[in-house]
Design a protein around this ligand. Structure first.
Ligand SMILES: Cc1cc2nc3c(=O)[nH]c(=O)nc-3n(C[C@H](O)[C@H](O)[C@H](O)COP(=O)(O)OP(=O)(O)OC[C@H]3O[C@@H](n4cnc5c(N)ncnc54)[C@H](O)[C@@H]3O)c2cc1C
Length: 414
C-alpha cells in the first residue's frame, strides 16, 4: 500500500514524487514513457521555475549538461520592441532552455534517488475507488500484463489528456479555445539568443539549447494550418521573413536544421477541478495554457511543490488530507490567474489596444522595462504591473498622449 501514487513522471509528477519521498512517504510514480525521452514541448524555463530546481538541489545538474545561460531577452509586437532582462529573482540571474530529454531525466532520477518507486512503460487505464474515495490505479505494464497498485491518494500528473482527470470526472472551468498551432525544430549555425516576436498574427520564439543548437519555434492561427502544412519548410521560413526580415535572411544564409520538425495543434486553455476525495491533479492535467509565455514547466514546478507540501499536511495527520488538497487547488487557481490571463491575451496574437499602449510606454522607460522583464520572469505580479495606477504612472513618466493612456482591456482612456 503506497501513501501516494503519481501518474506521469515529467515536470509535475516527478517533483511531487521526489518531494513526498523526501518527506519520508511511500510513493509510486508511473509513466507510459521511458526516460530519457522527448515530448512535444519547447522548453524555456523562467527564473521562478529555476528557483524551484535550485531549492531542490537540482540546478547544478542542469547546468552541468552544458545548456547555455540566457541573460538577455528580446520581445516585440509589431513595431514595439523591448529588450532586457529581469534583475535577480530568488537569487537567479540567468535562465535556461534545456532539452526535455535532459530535464525530464534529471527529474525522474531525482524522484528515484529520493526513494520513490518509479515504473516506466506503465500505462494507467483506470482509477480504483472504494467507499467513494480513490484507492489506487490499474494499468498495463510494459510486458502487456494488467496490474493494480493500491494507494491512499492518487495524483494525476499525466498532462492535458489526463486519464486520471477523466476517470474522476474532473470538470473543466474557464475554458478558452486554443489560439493556434506550432512547428519547431533545432538549428546549428545561429547565435541569436532569446527572441519572442509577434507581427501580423504570427509569432516566432528562439532560444539556445543543449549541444550548441538553437530551438526555433513558429506559431500561427488555426485557420492557417492547412496552408502551412502544404509547404512546411517554406512556411516556417516565411514567418521569420515577415516578422523580423533580418533574422529571416540570417536563417536562410546560416541556419541549418539538424532535426525533424515537431508540430502540434495546441490544446485549449483551461482549469480543471483539481481536488476530490483521495485525488488531485497537477501540472497540465489540472491547468493548461498556451505555450506563448513559456510558463507551463515553471508552473508545473511551483504548483507541484505546493501540492506536495499540502499532501504532507494531510498525510502527517496535521489536517484532513482532502481539506489540505482543496486549499492547494484554491491557492493554485488564485496565484496562477495573472499568468493565465497574460498568456491568453498574448496568445491571441492580436492583443487588445491597451496592451500595445502599455508596451509602447514600457519600451521608453528603463525602470518599467526592468519591471516588465521581472514580471515575465515571475518576480513581479502581472496584476500589479497592469494595475491602472501603475500604468498611469508609466504613461505620465514617458509622456504618453492622453488619448493613448489606455488602462484596461476594455480600453478605458483617461
Ligand atoms: C508546443 C509546446 C511548447 C511548449 N513550450 C513550453 C516552454 O517553452 N516552456 C514551458 O514552461 N512550457 C512549455 N510548454 C508547456 C509544457 O510542455 C507543459 O506545461 C509541461 O510539460 C507540463 O508538465 P506535466 O508534467 O504536467 O505534463 P507532461 O509533460 O505532459 O507529462 C505528462 C506525462 O504523463 C504521462 N502519461 C500520460 N498519460 C498517462 C497514462 N495514462 N499512464 C501513464 N503515464 C501517462 C506521459 O507519458 C508524460 O510523460 C509547451 C507545450 C507545448 C505543447
Amino acid at each position: 500500500m503506497y501513501d501516494v501514487i503519481v501518474v506521469g513522471a515529467r515536470c509535475s509528477g516527478s517533483p511531487v514524487a521526489m518531494l513526498l519521498a523526501r518527506y519520508g512517504y511511500r510513493v509510486l510514480v508511473v509513466d507510459r514513457a521511458t526516460f530519457p525521452s522527448d515530448t512535444i514541448s519547447t522548453h524555456f524555463i523562467h527564473q521562478a521555475g529555476l528557483a524551484r530546481l535550485n531549492a531542490w538541489g537540482l540546478l547544478g545538474r542542469l547546468q552541468a549538461t552544458g545548456v547555455p545561460p540566457v541573460r538577455h531577452m528580446r520581445f516585440s509586437i509589431a513595431d514595439i520592441y523591448t529588450e532586457g532582462f529581469a534583475d535577480s529573482v530568488e537569487g537567479l540571474t540567468e535562465v535556461y532552455c534545456p532539452r526535455r530529454t535532459v530535464l525530464d531525466k534529471i527529474l525522474v532520477d531525482a524522484a528515484r534517488e529520493a526513494g520513490a518507486e518509479v515504473i516506466e512503460r506503465f500505462t494507467t487505464t483506470d482509477v480504483l475507488f472504494e467507499g467513494g474515495r480513490t484507492a489506487g490505479i490499474r494499468g498495463l505494464a510494459g510486458d502487456g500484463t494488467e496490474k493494480e497498485f493500491r494507494g491512499r491518494f492518487v495524483v494525476g500528473a499525466d498532462g492535458s489528456s489526463s486519464t486520471v482527470a477523466a476517470k474522476v470526472n474532473a470538470e473543466f472551468h474557464r475554458v478558452i479555445p486554443a489560439a493556434g498551432f506550432v512547428y519547431y525544430s533545432y538549428y546549428s549555425g545561429l547565435d541569436w539568443g532569446h527572441h519572442n516576436r509577434i507581427r501580423d498574427e504570427q509569432q516566432f520564439a528562439t532560444c539556445p539549447t543543449n549541444d550548441g543548437l538553437h530551438m526555433l519555434a513558429v506559431m500561427r492561427k488555426p485557420d492557417r494550418y492547412r496552408e502551412f502544412r502544404a509547404d512546411v519548410e517554406g512556411s516556417f521560413q516565411s514567418v521569420f521573413d515577415r516578422v523580423v526580415p533580418e533574422l529571416g535572411e540570417d536563417l536562410r544564409a546560416r541556419g541549418r536544421r539538424e532535426e525533424n520538425f515537431r508540430a502540434i495543434r495546441y490544446a485549449d486553455n483551461y482549469y480543471r477541478q483539481s481536488h476530490g476525495p483521495g485525488w488531485a491533479l497537477v501540472g497540465d492535467a489540472g491547468y493548461h495554457k498556451d505555450p506563448i509565455t513559456g510558463w507551463g514547466i515553471t508552473d508545473a514546478f511551483k504548483y507541484g511543490e505546493m501540492l506536495a507540501d499540502h499532501l504532507h499536511l494531510g498525510l502527517s495527520g496535521e489536517r484532513s488530507i482532502d481539506d489540505a488538497v482543496a486549499e492547494y487547488a484554491r491557492r493554485r487557481d488564485e496565484e496562477s490567474a495573472g499568468v493565465f490571463q497574460l498568456t491568453v491575451t498574448m496568445a491571441s496574437l492580436t492583443p487588445p489596444p491597451f496592451f500595445y499602449s502599455a508596451l509602447n510606454a514600457v519600451s521608453q522607460s528603463p525602470d518599467y522595462l526592468k519591471k516588465f522583464f521581472a514580471m515575465v520572469a515571475g518576480g513581479y505580479p502581472g496584476e500589479e504591473f497592469f494595475a491602472p495606477q501603475n500604468l498611469e504612472k508609466l504613461y505620465e513618466e514617458v509622456g504618453t498622449p492622453p488619448e493613448r493612456r489606455l488602462l484596461t482591456a476594455s480600453g478605458v482612456a483617461h
